[in-house]
Design a protein around this ligand. Structure first.
Ligand SMILES: C[S@@+](CC[C@H](N)C(=O)[O-])C[C@H]1O[C@@H](n2cnc3c(N)ncnc32)[C@H](O)[C@@H]1O
Length: 357
């Protein structure tokens, strides 16, 4: 049985792919700091919805202490721990979500010696430029102090020496600004005995109609043979297959947002919700990172442009409706968008894991 540790776990797309690939496994621990994300993780993987009535032996202060110790939930804006604000049911769900998921919390405070052993380590670290310890640059080793979140993984890798590892990140990681740091990191892994195999994979080549390119790096300790990334395949699922039929008006653009837009498409969807809020369509169309498609016109002659629903964004990440339903009972639409935006397309990993294991 493959023992797995999911760092920067999100809602556990890694684990979903292991299930899809039929690989017997046990997730022995995760590392994640965002409260809503943990509720999703526990709802999907640990039946939090059914386990909400579990009896908890700890009192409120003890539950807060538990959460504070692993530094969860962390507020990204202030970098403050929010456990002290939690009361009643919310506190209990947050405690249970963390406990049931074996969350070891903030990677910066994890003591690797205290982690259980595992064979497979997944780390899709966030690339952020925030000047708080561990968040300086996402990648660079900060003039030798190794303070970025990626380098936080090293203490775990060095101590636990998992046989297999998977890193995932934005394509920019191998672009000109970051390439030398990335290569420095690969050399470091080599010095520990790992062989590294990396490539940029696009979701649309692995069964999901989304143009999403990400770097994947598979590292194997003293491999017997080289790892080869899975071959791409033709799509059999298309945009229309993943769209909802009946979508509330609130998801559609208002007419004053589209009046001055010279668009030829009749129907526009936005895959990137971050660029949507408060943005006029013409500005939106000029954004470099936009992801738009067109489709059939509506009869009333209006531009039937709209953003994707949260459910659709999860479908475009290869997550089933039943898993979306579990999470959406516990967290807001804003968080649902953010979680899918941050995640990894499941079928891409399913293909990788089928090759690897
Ligand atoms: C790019 S996302 C990865 C999402 C994940 N692969 C998934 O399946 O959804 C990065 C994640 O790292 C988490 N994170 C950020 N800082 C962290 C820290 N110090 N320790 C642990 N997790 C952290 C974020 O909350 C976020 O969910």
């Amino acid at each position: 049985m493959l023992k797995v540790f999911e760092a920067f776990a999100g809602y556990g797309s890694q684990r979903l792919a292991l299930i899809e690939a039929n690989i017997p496994h046990e997730v022995v621990g995760i590392s994640e700091i965002e409260g809503d994300v943990l509720l999703s993780y526990a709802a999907i993987h640990e039946d939090l919805l059914d386990n909400r009535e579990l009896k908890v032996e700890l009192n409120d202060d003890e539950m807060r202490q538990y959460l504070k110790k692993i530094n969860v939930p962390l507020d990204y804006k202030t970098f403050e721990n929010k456990a002290k604000n939690l009361r009643g049911q919310k506190l209990k769900y947050m405690y249970l979500a963390n406990k049931l998921s074996n969350n070891f919390g903030d990677i910066r405070t994890i003591l690797p010696d205290q982690l259980p052993d595992f064979d497979f380590f997944t780390y899709s670290f966030p690339c952020q430029n925030i000047s708080v310890a561990g968040y300086q640059n996402g990648l660079t080793a900060e003039s030798g102090t190794r303070s970025s979140l990626l380098w936080e993984c090293c203490k775990i890798i060095e101590t636990k020496k998992p046989r297999y590892m998977m890193m995932e990140n934005v394509k920019n990681l191998v672009g000109k600004n970051h390439k030398s740091s990335f290569e420095e990191f690969l050399s470091y892994l080599e010095s520990l005995g790992y062989s590294n195999y990396w490539d940029v994979l696009n979701a649309r080549d692995y069964g999901i109609p989304q143009n999403r390119e990400r770097v994947f790096c598979i590292s194997i300790l003293n491999p017997e043979k080289d790892f080869i990334f899975p071959k791409s395949k033709d799509l059999t699922i298309f945009m229309e297959d993943l769209l909802e039929y009946s979508v509330p008006e609130t998801f559609f653009l208002k007419s004053d947002q589209v009046s001055d837009v010279p668009i030829t498409q009749d129907y526009i969807y936005c895959l990137d919700s971050n660029y949507w809020k408060g943005t006029f369509l013409k500005d939106f169309l000029s954004k470099k990172r936009r992801q738009l498609v067109s489709g059939p016109a509506r009869e009333d002659g209006k531009y039937p442009a709209r953003r994707l629903t949260p459910r659709e964004t999860w479908r475009f990440m290869g997550v089933s409706d039943s898993n979306f339903d579990k999470s959406s009972k516990l967290v807001s639409n804003t968080s649902l968008y953010k979680q899918s935006g941050n995640s990894i397309v499941v079928p891409v990993m399913t293909a990788i894991f089928s090759e690897l294991f």
